[in-house]
Design a protein. Structure first.
Length: 583
């Protein structure tokens, strides 16, 4: 979005906002610029964090002199938040890196100072956005070359920031159109790869404006389809920006947390676009916050709840990294974006952590390189639950309670088999930091509006238990109740020799709506699912089961739905035989 070192900033292109009142809690109440879509359901998903990027990241900008403060690198290291994006959002499309200037004004942090500070972060990595809006491909290529010769290697590059939006600087002919970006960004990509053939480069993915009114646009599909069809050979990555609120309408803790429920549908759209045109490409969530406007929630406990659940939901749905906006944002006590206070305008002293930092600190106990992370759908209102099977063999669980009352969860429902675990928590009742201790017993209490992480456990995510009662002696009917039935068909959409994506279509062949469905198969070779979208899956050896999500369980007679998957293999890639069971 259009980021600047002040609390004022752009809303969506069609926004008209009118400030009304300040709520008692300090949350600004204003007219929403666009109606919020219905929530799509948190869903279930899992993914292995096997990529090269740090799973957690944050943004900084050339204007943020506080980024180089001595406190920042140790704090980011403690939260394992290592991927740092620079030189800003919209600022990047005005920033001339060679002169370290915007509109003739020298900036506070040049590339060398940024690189030095990122290198001081444990596992620090650099994500750099080159100036597509007002600079040249030759300058971008020179930046790539500079990053090599000075030892300031960049893990990931991006061509421009949100160039699908009219709020960005774009000096090209026919600005902010897919055809213009496809042509002109390609010149950047090719020049950058000529400077370094190993450079990994992202394009600006356009988000669905219905799912994320604060980040998306109406023509998102045409933008992505046009650019990926034209430039896929040179695109390694999509940079997704996720701001599910536009402006600062009146919200509750529960309504803010329900925004996490939209992530599976948004991630599925990203997977569909990439698997269709560029299956080798991955995606990062290069910017995220609750809103595209500086907000009071960032400084309230819900900021920790959202940042933790939002990060885990995106990682479970296939994002390689998720990067908070931003380190500092020079706001006020009722309007900021930062992980840390900027220390002015009545805010706490400089570099004091804000709640989103604590959310990332807790998420980092699950979001570890090599871990398999996923959601734990417990069916409890206002409770967001995640697991991590860590590479050291241990098991960890995160519970985020958005409710106004405490809730209890059985450890067996979480898949925990150990007698005790390390407990780390943050709550609205004690918002000053993380409380650590030991948890034991068969039940875990999760305080109101809190995040609880249990780590150092043994266990695994639970699978559906078999029925405890004996089956009926009367033979079941040969036709499912109500005349429901289903058929599943499988098609590989892309295969690159060591991996592939596939689409499975589930059709209702009966005379009544399905209430749920389940597709099962056994791989004929050594195929293994890496991630799946639009279905809940489990995998044991060669056996795979995929079950419906809440939003695609109901299929009318003659209708169909689909889900997708990404998998690895070696040798042959023979298609499996599928079975489909309706509910």
């Amino acid at each position: 979005m259009a980021r600047s070192p002040s609390p004022g900033r752009r809303w969506a292109a069609t926004a008209t906002a009118l400030a009304l009142t300040l709520a008692a809690a300090g949350t600004a109440a204003v007219l929403s610029a666009a109606p919020a879509p219905a929530d799509t359901g948190e869903g279930s998903a899992s993914a292995t964090l096997s990529g090269s990027l740090d799973p957690l990241g944050v943004n900084t900008a050339a204007w943020d002199g506080g980024f180089t403060d001595a406190a920042i690198a140790p704090a980011l290291s403690a939260a394992h938040t290592g991927l740092v994006r620079y030189p800003g959002g919209s600022w990047a499309d005005q920033y001339l890196w060679q002169s370290n200037s915007v509109s003739g004004q020298t900036q506070s942090v040049d590339f060398g100072a940024y690189a030095k500070q990122v290198d001081a972060v444990g596992g620090g990595q650099k994500l750099v956005t080159v100036d597509y809006g007002s600079d040249t491909p030759a300058s971008a290529a020179a930046w790539v070359k500079q990053s090599q010769t000075s030892g300031e290697g960049v893990a990931l590059w991006e061509v421009g920031n949100e160039e699908y939006g009219s709020w960005e600087v774009d000096d090209h002919a026919n600005p902010h159109t897919a055809s213009s970006y496809a042509t002109n960004a390609l010149s950047y990509m090719q020049a950058m790869k000529a400077a370094d053939p190993h450079a990994q480069i992202c394009y600006d993915y356009a988000m669905d404006g219905d799912l994320a009114p604060g980040a998306g646009v109406s023509g998102w599909q045409d933008w992505n389809d046009t650019i990926l069809q034209a430039d896929a050979a040179d695109i390694d990555c999509a940079d997704v920006h996720w701001y599910p609120i536009n402006g600062t309408p009146t919200e509750s803790v529960q309504s803010i947390m329900q925004l996490v429920d939209r992530v599976p549908a948004a991630a599925a759209e990203v997977h569909t676009a990439l698997s269709t045109y560029d299956p080798k490409a991955e995606f990062v969530v290069g910017e995220t916050n609750m809103s595209n406007a500086a907000n009071a929630w960032n400084e309230e406990p819900v900021g920790a709840l959202f940042s933790a659940a939002n990060a885990m939901e995106w990682l479970a749905n296939g994002a390689q990294s998720i990067d908070w906006w931003d380190v500092h944002n020079y706001g006020s006590p009722t309007a900021d974006f930062g992980m840390f206070s900027s220390g002015g305008n009545g805010e706490p002293s400089g570099d004091t952590p804000y709640p989103p930092y604590y959310g990332y600190l807790l998420a980092s106990k699950l979001a570890v390189h090599g871990a398999t992370v996923g959601t734990l759908p417990l069916g409890t209102a206002d409770l967001y639950s995640y697991y991590s099977q860590l590479p050291d063999g241990s098991y960890a669980v995160m519970l985020v309670n958005a409710g106004s009352a405490a809730t209890s969860v059985g450890t067996a429902d979480l898949g925990i088999t150990s007698a005790s675990e390390t407990s780390s928590s943050y709550s609205a009742a004690d918002p000053g930091g993380i409380t650590s201790g030991t948890a034991s017993g068969s039940t875990i209490s999760v305080p109101a509006q809190s995040v609880v992480v249990l780590s150092g456990a043994t266990g695994a995510p639970p699978t559906s238990a078999p029925p405890t009662t004996a089956p009926p002696t009367t033979a079941p009917p040969t036709t499912p109740p109500g005349g429901s039935g289903c058929k599943a068909s499988y098609a590989v959409s892309s295969d690159w020799g060591s991996g592939f994506t596939a689409n499975v279509t589930v059709a209702n062949t009966g005379s009544a709506d399905t209430k749920s469905w389940k597709v099962s198969w056994s791989w004929p070779g050594n195929q293994a699912v890496l991630n799946m979208w639009n279905a809940v899956y489990s995998q044991s050896a060669t056996s795979v089961t995929a079950a419906s999500q809440s939003y695609n369980a109901d299929i009318p007679p003659g209708g169909s739905t689909s889900f997708g998957l990404q998998a690895t293999y070696s040798g042959g890639n023979t298609a499996p035989t599928l079975s489909c069971t309706p509910g």
